[in-house]
Design a protein around this ligand. Structure first.
Ligand SMILES: [Zn+2]
Length: 61
């Protein structure tokens, strides 16, 4: 089963936030919600979104 994880620090944020989900579709709203509450991003800018996408790690186990 695949697992997706994201660390805020991986996109250059000085932030210890880390989240995991079993699908990318589940992971994205968790990231969006964090960006909104912790980083005051009501909408994630396209350039940040690109960084987020490349920072998402997929692990298989
Ligand atoms: Zn963060």
């Amino acid at each position: 089963m695949a697992k997706y994880s994201f660390k805020c620090a991986d996109i250059g944020m000085n932030c210890g936030f880390e989240t995991k989900a079993s699908t990318k579709e589940e992971l994205m709203p968790l990231i969006a919600n964090h960006a909104k509450t912790a980083h005051s991003m009501n909408e994630i800018p396209a350039d940040v979104m690109q960084k987020v996408n490349s920072a998402i790690k997929k692990s298989l186990f």
